[in-house]
Ligand binder design. Structure first.
Ligand code: CA
Length: 523
């Protein structure tokens, strides 16, 4: 009996020590391939899988129909570069060192490195935007900075090269090349990151034509007057009606303008616009101009997405016709959400739902039941732990997210999170957005604009559009007290001691970008 107990104890001891070796493979026999497709600024409410009323995305919908749609997946710092660093590390911005547009320290551990060292062949294709060269990838070909839509330059270990064509097509071609040329005896991990539909919205001719004459329905909150909300919302400069420039609106400058005067013309936020309809010149002002601006914005934005949809379909077809359907996890997401005229805006950054909600759809044949919908709270620090567990690896203890694999299997762990922490630092940033942190639960959201010491409370169950700030309502005081306790509990648990916020307080616009050596303008 004693020897049996000793053997059990020894087995437990060995088992637990294996579990604690970060990245230690548990089983390599069926390690799935992972294709992680991410676009830039693609709001969930511009996918028909999420009930879009403004466009159809049949190819992206295939992933949801054949797999799972996460309905509550959120970015914890809703801006491009920080979200990318969080996805790679499984950590919040204050831990991975990328709270604003500052350079990613590639010497730190990432999920790509963990997978690579456990035998995965790893690739990074497309928009990287982290200011340093990718690490942990066997092959990488990235756009410099934001990159260009047409005839873009790419950076690779071999150097810089220009590729003729349209960026979404090219990135897909390069992803398929990576898959074709990979070593066939290794599982692979491919991050394929589209530039689209980031501003400036430049669709190709085919997709532009699809939307040229389409009238896009306006969102319910396009004319939000911000009543009851904090000064932060009133001060934002990402308003469709007031802040889109002539360049954003694709207005054609007079042919004699050059140099600084051309730039000044393009960067002006026009109060009147002259258009030609049926050969007749017409000057738009006031409400007519406002309506026109929203249409111009959405027509180009949605046309850029339509190319992503076509190209994701092309990649799915390639996987399916090359025997890679069954043992390959395919994920589609975006680095954050986006305001599609919601609250009158056209960017992200704020902790409001359209900005922080990420599309997250996953196909994993044999594991995920087709057509599933998951409503548990997921966040972008969860992605790296998910890749680890899906690959049969243990999740490193310093990753702050949780693996989504149990949810993908249809399980609902009783201790799953019921709230998450958010923090945005880029103040004033390109759109005069105030820094804030907050907590979101299943039903409520509490936001603190800490530099202004102003708060917002929303009851998402009765006010899903977040139009009524209840913070000043005496009846809400017990709810506010509970949410503040949870907010500070999360802040402490995640080791956010405000050092990062203090350090980056004066670097709100650019941080150490732009990187002149790499010629990466920060936009
Ligand atoms: Ca983005």
């Amino acid at each position: 009996m004693r020897s049996l107990i000793s053997r059990i104890a020894l087995t437990c001891l060995l088992g637990s020590s294996i579990l604690h070796i970060s990245g230690a493979p548990q089983s390599k026999s069926k390690q799935p391939n992972i294709v992680f497709l991410m676009s830039d600024d693609h709001a969930a409410h511009a996918l028909s899988a999420y009930g879009s009323v403004i466009n159809k995305t049949p190819n992206l919908d295939r992933i949801a129909n054949e797999g799972m749609r996460f309905d509550r997946c959120f970015a914890v710092n809703s801006i491009c570069t920080p979200s990318r660093a969080t996805i790679l590390t499984g950590k919040y911005s204050h831990i991975n060192g990328v709270p604003v547009f500052n350079r990613f320290d590639g010497s730190q551990p990432t999920v790509a490195k963990h997978l690579q060292s456990s035998g995965y062949y790893t690739g990074m294709i497309g928009k990287w935007h982290l200011g340093s060269d990718p690490t942990g990838f066997n092959k990488w070909t990235i756009l410099p900075g934001q990159g260009a839509y047409f005839n873009p330059d790419f950076l690779a270990p071999e150097g810089r090269k220009k590729i003729e064509g349209y960026t979404t097509d090219i990135i897909t071609d390069l992803a398929i090349d990576f898959l074709k040329n990979r070593p066939k005896d290794q599982p692979f991990f491919l991050m394929c990151h589209h530039k689209a539909p980031h501003r400036p919205w430049e669709p190709d001719a085919k997709h532009k034509a699809m939307f040229a004459n389409r009238t896009i329905p306006e969102p319910a909150t396009l004319r939000d007057n911000y009543a009851s909300r904090s000064d932060a919302l009133h001060e934002n400069q990402q308003r469709v009606f007031d802040d889109l420039t002539r360049s954003d609106l694709k207005l054609v400058p007079p042919s004699d303008l050059k140099g600084p005067s051309l730039n000044q013309w393009l960067n002006t936020k026009p109060k009147e616009v002259e258009i030609t309809v049926n050969g007749q010149k017409k000057t738009l002002t006031g409400e007519t101009l406002n309506q026109w601006k929203y249409q111009r914005y959405m027509q180009d934005y949605l046309a850029c997405i339509q190319s992503v949809d076509d190209n994701v379909g092309r990649l799915l077809d390639w996987l399916d016709s090359n025997g890679l359907r069954e043992n390959t996890i395919v994920i589609y997401t975006s680095d954050q959400g986006f305001f599609l005229g919601d609250h009158g805006m056209y960017d992200k950054r704020f902790m409001y739902e359209p900005s922080i909600k990420m599309p997250f759809i996953v196909r994993w044949p044999g594991v995920i039941k087709p057509g599933s919908v998951e409503k548990s709270l997921a966040i972008n620090p969860d992605f790296a732990p998910t890749f680890m567990e899906a690959s049969g690896l243990s999740v490193p203890k310093d990753m702050q997210g949780k693996s989504l694999v149990p949810l993908m299997k249809g399980e609902h762990p009783p201790d799953w999170r019921t709230s998450f922490y958010y923090r945005y630092y880029h103040d004033p940033g390109n759109h005069n957005t105030r820094a804030h942190y907050g907590v979101r639960t299943d039903t409520h959201k509490l936001i603190h604009y800490w530099k202004k010491d102003q708060w917002e409370l929303f009851d998402l169950s009765t006010d899903p559009n977040e139009l009524r700030n209840l913070y000043g309502d005496p009846q809400q005081q017990p709810t506010i007290a509970k949410l503040k306790t949870e907010l500070y509990r999360l802040k402490t648990e995640l080791k956010d001691d405000d050092t990062t916020a203090d350090k980056f307080a004066d670097q709100g616009v650019d941080g150490p970008f732009p990187d002149k050596k790499r010629n990466e303008p920060n936009l």
